[in-house]
Design a protein around this ligand. Sequence first.
Ligand code: FE2
Ligand code: FE2
Length: 163
Amino acid sequence: MNKTIEAALNQQINAELHSAYTYLAMSAHFAEKDFDGFSTWMRMQAQEELAHAMKLYDYVLERGGHVALETVAAPAKKLGTPLKIFETALAHEKKITGMIHDLYELARKNKDYATENQLNWFVTEQVEEEDSAGRAVEQLKRAGDNMSALLMLDQQFGARSSE
Ligand SMILES: [Fe+2]
Ligand SMILES: [Fe+2]
């Protein structure tokens, strides 16, 4: 496997692990504030991110590449309101989408069709990720400072099974 692509895939594994860490911190924050539904949603999101990392991890190994695990950056400590947190999640997903697209471009430039094919799944996944975070932001904007609307959303988010 091309060393540049291998390095970029390892970087993406690290980014997915950082995403998991980010959402786990958000989950803990919501649990501390007794928003149990938002907490559940974020915890499931963290598990998804871990699955993304493992998908790439397995792929690198399958291609006979080397998995190089690096330090995972700490998530933000100050998190703010539910709206602010989901806005941060949306911005984060947009950043990840950009990374996936850059990786896709790199695979294409190097005629690594297998990696391109592997990344197709991630391109589609990012559309879903931005959509679900974006919808959450819109719903939270609508709820505003109305505590009963917020609690209803909290309950609704807690019903998330998996996406
Ligand atoms: Fe991801
Ligand atoms: Fe994500």
